[in-house]
Design a protein around this ligand. Structure first.
Ligand SMILES: NC(=O)c1ccc[n+]([C@@H]2O[C@H](COP(=O)([O-])OP(=O)(O)OC[C@H]3O[C@@H](n4cnc5c(N)ncnc54)[C@H](O)[C@@H]3O)[C@@H](O)[C@H]2O)c1
Ligand SMILES: O=C(O)[C@H](O)COP(=O)(O)O
Length: 592
């Protein structure tokens, strides 16, 4: 169930979804159970930018241009769903940077697009379009409208992916010979569909009686068929485009049709949709050798039902904090894997936040920016640890960043870490019986290292740094038991507490009476204690004299950590009053 958030009147508001295009109601019904669904067709780009700030999710087809500016205006946006395959109308880089998940429906309309290609193939072969128009205008023109058969002809396919292969199988059924150019094609699937893969585009162009293109619109495919390529084809060849406008040079195709060097074209998609009245696309559409449709490849009842249900289900998953099935800009994580990882996601976020709040940087100019996460036990076999990486980074930055500017998730975690100069190394250890895991099947250990000083800051090695232990690593270990996260090591101290709520963490000499001192002062200040956990430490073997901890603070020979769960807050004065002659060396509050 999608998580409600607080509305302006303090009541929990249902997440809102904006749908500015026609999307089949089958999926929208699913949304309505838990979300506020707003279908608002006909908004101009500017109007869209004005309203997008209210929405948590946006569902589009190919008409809406999801630009960087629109995404930036969508302050609450968590997901953009494309009810179809092509995401060339979505600025994926901008969405990724902003941590907005983009999903699509990679399978839902494949058959529809392939059938439409076959429809245009037959229409161009048999002059269906012009014959129908002629007949409707009262004429009976038989000899002028003689077509060609497709049986025994060569269908040349550029892009043998999902649509390309489906077209190939159908065209094979019509008795066509099949060749394809696709450097990344699955050769065994091609062979099973009787498609011969040719190694150069030239070879393909020369042999084609019909040419059909089924690649995505990307830099390498834009303008891929221009005057040069058309000139290499047979005069009798016909070309088809049910993929994306912009892959054919429309002006060059128009010229070739007019010159009679290409016999016909079936076109469903255009560089600019709808085409401007006087551009090459409009003149192509008007040309008698062209059969054209207004981007109808996916427009079947069945395909629209499929894509709508597919993306709406994914929107619900994302707004409920789960993984989508087909994220375009996020790593694929199987639902069962995500379920296994999810208690650790919470643990890692708490560990990151605890780290930032509990450990002070040794100096403002040298914050710790190198972190090592070691996953042990069953967690070491996880397919992916990306959600853990993202959760840790989020926890690390949340206490020091305003909540509006912090949107870290699976999608943008690596980019954000890089932008902030934070290095998070991950490693896996399959040792089941680590002391720190407290006997639990999986644990995570965080070690924070100082970033190496730049040579310009200090070229002379500090002879005392080792003995003072100032550069000592900071360590936190956590584990999960019965879906609850626990911390089992904090710095030098073995402990066990649930990282949740407001915690007062005191470091003190391990001698009688300290609990009474702290409890008494909190009681006097009216602060309620919910729970308490004490973590003693023995001095490390061979240690002599006093210990100086990783923050450079002096301690006794035997110290302990006292962790108190607090109801409410602890004022600065109360906190300061705890530290002093009674053996409490340090007191800090963390909110987790
Ligand atoms: N008209 C419509 O309504 C409609 C409907 C569905 C899909 N589409 C479009 O159809 C196209 C194909 O969709 P799909 O789902 O089959 O995609 P896909 O990713 O499954 O397949 C694309 C294929 O193109 C190949 N390819 C990439 N670059 C290439 C290059 N430079 N040269 C040759 N091959 C190259 C890839 O290797 C891949 O096999 C997309 O552009 C999609 O947007 C249009
Ligand atoms: O990429 C796609 O899925 C098709 O081009 C369909 O686009 P449409 O949803 O706008 O019909």
């Amino acid at each position: 169930m999608p998580q409600p958030h607080n509305g302006t009147n303090g009541h929990a508001a249902r997440p809102k979804v904006l749908i500015p295009e026609k999307v089949s109601p089958d999926g929208l019904k699913l949304l309505q159970a838990s979300l506020d669904v707003h279908e608002r067709k006909g908004l101009s780009p500017q109007e869209l930018e004005e309203v997008i700030g209210e929405y948590d999710a946006l569902i589009v087809r190919s008409e809406t241009k999801v630009t960087a500016a629109l995404l930036a205006a969508g302050k609450r946006l968590r997901v953009v769903a494309r009810a179809g395959v092509g995401v060339d109308n979505v600025d994926l880089d901008a969405a990724t940077k902003l941590g907005i998940i983009v999903v699509n429906s990679p399978q839902g309309n494949i058959n529809a697009a392939a059938e439409h290609t076959i429809a245009l193939l037959m229409a161009t072969a048999r002059n269906i379009d012009i014959a129908s128009a002629s007949l409707k205008s009262g004429k009976w023109e038989r000899s002028k409208l003689v077509g060609v058969e497709v049986k025994g002809k060569t269908l040349a396919i550029i892009g043998l992916g999902k649509v390309g292969l489906t077209v190939a199988r159908a065209a094979g059924g019509l008795g066509m010979d099949l060749i394809a150019f696709d450097p990344y094609a699955n050769t065994s699937l091609a062979a099973s569909a009787n498609v011969e893969i040719v190694s150069t585009m030239d070879e393909l162009l020369k042999q084609a009686d019909f040419l059909t293109i089924h690649t995505p619109l990307i830099a390498s495919t834009k303008g891929m068929i221009s005057a040069n390529e058309l000139a290499k084809m047979k005069k009798t060849a016909r070309v088809l485009n049910v993929a994306r406008g912009g892959m054919f040079d429309e002006a060059a195709l128009l010229e070739a049709l007019e010159a009679g060097t290409i016999a016909g074209a079936g076109i469903d998609v255009f560089t600019c949709e709808p085409p401007a009245p006087d551009d090459s696309a409009s003149r192509l559409i008007a040309h008698p050798k062209v059969v054209a449709t207004p981007h109808l490849g996916a427009s079947t009842v069945e395909a629209q039902e499929n894509v709508s249900i597919d993306v709406c289900t994914q929107v619900i998953s994302i707004l409920s904090g789960q993984m989508p099935r087909s994220a375009v800009n996020a790593p694929l994580i199987l639902p069962e894997e995500y379920r296994t990882l999810s208690p650790f996601v919470s643990l890692l976020e708490k560990m990151g936040s605890l780290y930032t709040q509990h450990f002070q940087p040794p100096s403002a100019s040298q914050p710790r920016k190198i972190f090592h996460l070691t996953y042990t036990g069953a967690l070491a076999s996880a397919q992916t640890t990306k959600p853990l990486f993202a959760a840790f980074l989020k926890g690390l930055l949340t206490p020091i960043t305003s909540s509006e500017s912090l949107n870290i998730n699976l999608v943008n975690a690596e980019i954000v870490a890089k932008e902030r100069g934070i290095l998070i190394n991950e490693s896996r250890s399959r040792e089941e019986d680590l002391e720190s895991s407290s006997g639990f099947a999986s644990s995570v250990t965080l070690t924070a290292r100082l970033a190496p000083r730049s040579p310009s800051v200090s070229r002379v090695p500090d002879p005392f740094s080792q003995s003072k232990k100032i550069d000592q690593d900071h360590t936190i270990t956590g584990f999960v038991s019965a879906n609850t996260p626990y911390i089992s090591r904090l710095g030098r101290f073995e402990c066990r507490f649930i990282p949740s709520g407001t915690l007062l963490i005191c470091r003190n000499f391990d001698s009688p009476g300290k609990i009474g001192v702290v409890g008494g002062r909190l009681g006097k200040a009216g602060v309620n204690i919910r729970f308490m956990s004490v973590a003693p430490i023995d001095p490390p073997e061979g240690a002599e004299g006093e210990l100086i901890d990783s923050d450079g603070k002096q301690g006794g020979k035997n110290e302990a950590l006292m962790i108190l769960g607090i109801a409410g807050s602890v004022s600065k004065e109360v906190k300061e009053s705890l530290v002093g002659e009674d053996g409490v060396l340090e007191a800090g509050v963390v909110v987790l």
